[in-house]
Design a binder for this molecule. Structure first.
Ligand code: ZN
Length: 65
């Protein structure tokens, strides 16, 4: 364990998956981040179910800062 290493956060821009969307989110791991995106997608894009295909697109758009 190192003490001077910043905890890494994962970031996503929905606009990388859905053109024109300004939503962004960050979380400590992929699962939490995908859950946030899924919630946003349900509210703003009418996506009721995240398909494996969509999950792959989301994963591909995740950036680690
Ligand atoms: Zn969006």
């Amino acid at each position: 364990m190192t003490t001077n290493e910043r905890p890494k956060r994962k970031h996503i821009a929905c606009g990388d998956v859905v053109a024109g969307c300004a939503f962004t989110a960050s979380a400590e791991d992929d699962q939490e981040l995908i859950a946030k995106v899924a919630e946003h997608a349900a509210h703003d894009h009418g996506v009721e179910h995240v398909t494996p295909e969509l999950a792959e697109k989301v994963k591909a758009a995740i950036r680690t800062a």
